[in-house]
Write a protein that binds this ligand. Structure first.
Ligand code: ZN
Length: 359
């Protein structure tokens, strides 16, 4: 349900810009338009990932948890949060909405910039999951005001780290280890330009997907369906991508959507035996890799899991053989799995009222 704004808000002048006065609605419209474009670029945003915000007067409008940036120009995805936002942000008095603010609201509130954009850029992530990330980033982002933020669980802990990084550096670009990218600016157009500049500088040419040898054997089995995307299949075929896919979860959405690890087998006929192994937590197996052959996804996987698998394939294809990878540690993985706010987002992900398919 959309947030209902009191009539006195609509049309209120909030700031001047070069082309005249911008109302609250003008600002929200500009943000929604850009957010939809960012959300429909799978190299920036996958599924319900990423979020945006704009601070106008004493309200911060931020993406609602579980909504998709790709929908921003078709339905209201923004909720108004009272500023200053607390660790448990609340919807601004006088506004009615059934939506809940993004689980990363406190991160947006931690920055003084009017517009904050957070994306899961596959190019940024391909750098940010490496233990040697900072040296490469220093070269690529030379001359820009940027900071590297160590991995923190999304929410108040990450917000504190981003706040500290900004206080120490006055950065408006934040590369989040094992997570993604934040850019912050005074208006939507500036944020869009900055995002494009950073992503361009971080761009890595991906390896082309490798196809399975011989006759394709991609068939579905009970409870799982074969993923047809050749980029995803390459996770099972490309040796470097396979090593990355089986080396441990790399970032929060990887854990939340794909679980702590895939089931890995050498042949299709090993799958049912492996699934029946009582030493495994069957419910935690969201996907299966048949080495050299196929990738299968659970029928009951969360909506958006195909996009998250493609993200992993795109990230892996941008990491060269032998690169030092720093996956999330077991404690970080456990913290993401046992997380109430994330359960709400997952519940939203099971809803089927989204008007169109993948971004
Ligand atoms: Zn994120």
């Amino acid at each position: 349900m959309a947030a209902k704004r009191p009539g006195r808000r609509t049309g209120a002048v909030t700031r001047r810009c070069g082309r005249g006065l911008m109302t609250v609605d003008d600002n929200l419209s500009a943000l929604n338009s850009s957010a939809a474009a960012w959300g429909r670029d799978p190299t920036l945003v996958q599924g319900a990932g990423g979020n945006v915000s704009i601070k106008l007067d004493d309200v911060m409008w931020i993406k609602a948890s579980g909504t998709w940036l790709a929908d921003a120009d078709m339905q209201d995805i923004l909720v108004p949060v009272a500023m200053p936002a607390s660790d448990v942000p609340r919807v601004k008095d006088g506004y009615a909405t059934a939506l809940r603010p993004s689980i990363e609201t406190s991160v947006h509130a931690a920055l003084p910039h009017r517009v904050v954009v957070h994306v899961h850029s596959v190019d940024a992530i391909a750098h940010a999951v490496r233990s040697d990330a900072e040296a490469e980033l220093s070269q690529r982002l030379s001359g820009l005001a940027w900071a590297f933020v160590r991995y923190c669980k999304p929410g108040p802990t990450l917000a504190a780290a981003v706040r500290d990084a900004h206080a120490a550096t006055s950065a408006d670009i934040f590369v989040l280890a094992n997570h993604g990218l934040i850019v912050a600016a005074d208006d939507v157009a500036q944020a869009d330009r900055l995002l494009r500049e950073v992503v361009s500088r971080l761009s890595i040419a991906p390896r082309l997907p490798l196809a399975p040898q011989g006759t394709p054997s991609a068939t579905s089995i009970a409870g799982f369906r074969a993923v047809p995307d050749p980029h995803v299949i390459s996770l099972a075929v490309d040796p470097t991508s396979l090593a990355i896919a089986t080396g441990g979860p790399l970032y929060p959405d990887h854990v939340v959507f794909l679980g702590p690890a895939p089931l890995v087998v050498d042949r299709y006929d090993e799958i049912n035996v492996a699934l029946a192994d009582t030493r495994r937590d069957r419910a935690s197996i969201r996907w299966i890799i048949v080495r050299g052959s196929a990738v299968l996804l659970a029928h009951d996987a969360l909506r958006g899991s195909d996009a998250i698998l493609r993200c992993l394939a795109d990230v892996a294809a941008r990491i060269p053989p032998g690169a030092p990878i720093a996956p999330l540690c077991a404690a970080d993985v456990d913290a993401l799995i046992d997380w109430d706010a994330e359960r709400y987002r997952q519940a939203m992900a099971t809803r089927s009222d989204r008007p169109h398919g993948a971004p």
